[in-house]
Design a protein around this ligand. Structure first.
Ligand SMILES: Nc1ncnc2c1ncn2[C@@H]1O[C@H](COP(=O)(O)OP(=O)(O)OP(=O)(O)O)[C@@H](O)[C@H]1O
Length: 185
């Protein structure tokens, strides 16, 4: 049985940062599996297309940028392939921290594929203002993606744990998740 922690939250919530912090803090070796790496395997410049991932202006107010990012047919297959990979690696006994932006569909699939493993699904929350500040500061993110995800991704999901990764809270959030996983042992 493997231990798998799925970190889900809006873009710039700090999922990757948290995963790396958990790796630093933990004594055991966790593999960090991130959707960013799967996207980076697509030929550069072709990531956004009707086939892979579709970017649309979703602004309700012209002064408030909002961008929707949805999967085309190959994007859906790639997302499924990432979850399949997580299942295969877990079956081989590899402990993983997975960072992904999940809706109910993805969380339900992780739960069904990882039945028999020790799975903890964590909502990585953050005040929208802090996430939007980070989104701007990063310089490599589409402005308005965080706001669009914040309005829809958490609906109907039953989380095992919620952490609020506000500014300065990275160490504490990582420690809290690791403690929750250890408590399952
Ligand atoms: N607790 C924190 N305090 C301050 N800055 C933070 C905190 N957590 C993350 N950040 C910063 O926020 C930015 C986004 O973090 P990160 O890449 O971890 O987010 P993410 O949720 O993985 O985003 P994406 O889904 O877009 O990949 C980074 O610049 C990171 O340094």
């Amino acid at each position: 049985m493997a231990r798998v922690v799925v970190l889900t939250g809006v873009s710039s919530a700090g999922k990757s940062s948290l995963a790396r912090k958990m790796q630093d803090q933990a004594e055991r070796d966790w593999l960090h599996v991130t959707f960013d790496k799967f996207i980076s395997m697509i030929p550069v410049g072709r990531e956004t297309s009707p086939e892979w991932f579709v970017v649309r202006n979703a602004a309700k107010d012209p002064d408030v940028p909002e961008i929707s990012f949805t999967s085309g047919p190959r994007g859906l297959e790639l997302r499924q392939a990432m979850r399949d990979f997580v299942r295969v690696a877990a079956d081989r006994g590899i402990d993983m921290i997975v960072d992904d932006v999940c809706t109910t569909l993805e969380v339900d699939d992780y739960r069904s594929q990882l039945a028999g493993h020790d799975l903890t699904v964590v909502r990585v929350d953050v005040p929208l203002a802090a996430a939007e500040r980070r989104e701007k500061a990063r310089g490599d993110r589409m402005i308005g993606l965080t706001r669009n995800q914040a309005g829809r991704i958490h609906e109907g999901i039953d989380y095992d744990l919620t952490v609020v990764n506000d500014d300065g809270q990275l160490d504490a959030c990582a420690a809290r998740i690791l403690a929750a996983v250890d408590a399952n042992d």
